[in-house]
Design a protein around this ligand. Structure first.
Ligand code: ZN
Length: 96
């Protein structure tokens, strides 16, 4: 079975094409800044967790600096650190 990126992988008859992902920080040369919440927020799940590299396509070097930036932003309460911190925008009272 081929597992290289860009190859067609077959699992139990299903066809699954692996797309080669590129790191957006390497391409755009965007500096990772913990004060840039709109950027950092895209790498945090709706439950406040850091999205893994395999889903975002960020390279190892930038994932390290990204996780550091997310942790700094959490400390400054600019990002949620727990699902309890996620603000419910969609209306409806949340159970205490
Ligand atoms: Zn990178």
């Amino acid at each position: 079975m081929e597992t290289n990126t860009g190859q067609v992988r077959r699992e139990r008859g299903r066809k699954f094409i692996v797309k080669p992902k590129v790191c957006m920080f390497c391409v755009d040369k965007t500096p990772i800044d913990y004060k840039n919440i709109t950027l950092v927020q895209r790498f945090v799940s709706d439950r406040g967790k850091i999205v893994p590299r395999r889903r975002t396509g960020v390279c190892a070097k930038h994932q390290r600096s990204l996780s550091q930036a997310i942790k700094r932003a959490r400390y400054l309460a600019m990002l949620p650190a727990s699902p309890n911190h996620v603000y419910n925008i969609s209306g409806g009272e949340r159970k205490a």
